[in-house]
Ligand binder design. Structure first.
Ligand SMILES: [Zn+2]
Length: 157
């Protein structure tokens, strides 16, 4: 997951090396939640079940071995490219101790970050409304990316 430009200064200066040591040293190039291998195309069913071609068995979203699903694999199955990222488990990029980091594939990363993303979206929406209340009065377009005062900027009449 790319780092937002305004969050870049929160990460340690050796973040690239730290991230690599977690993803490829400690985790061995596999997701630490579901065991999907980095850089490979994986066949999956969209609900977490995936085919581990190295061990020649099906695994679930937690990496546990499961029986072959009794579903239409050709219709439900999809291929996806796995990309491991180093995630902060407590969502705090300033806290980069090893036990707070995990190598996660994009699926596990989004599942892990989902509640935090929803919380931040709610916070940003209310922050924008509060700015409108404080400085610009009623906001013409609720949810607009920037708040523009009624009549536009510098339109003193
Ligand atoms: Zn995963």
């Amino acid at each position: 997951m790319p780092i937002r430009a305004d969050h870049l200064w929160l990460y340690p200066i050796d973040w690239t090396q730290l991230s690599q040591s977690i993803r490829f040293g400690r985790a061995g190039g596999r997701c630490e939640h579901c065991r999907r291998p980095h850089g490979e195309r994986v066949f999956h069913l969209g609900d977490g079940l995936w085919w581990d071609r190295h061990d020649r068995r099906w695994r679930d979203g937690q990496g546990r071995r499961v029986r072959m699903p009794r579903r239409d694999l050709l219709r439900e199955g999809r291929w996806t490219q796995v990309v491991l990222a180093c995630a902060h488990l407590n969502h705090d990029p300033t806290d980069s101790v090893a036990h707070n980091l995990a190598a996660l594939c994009q699926r596990c990363h989004m599942i892990h970050d989902g509640p935090e993303h929803r919380r931040r979206r709610w916070l940003n929406r209310h922050y924008r409304c509060a700015l409108g209340d404080l400085f610009h009065g009623p906001y013409p377009q609720l949810g607009a990316p920037t708040i523009v005062p009624v009549g536009g900027w510098g339109m003193a009449a």
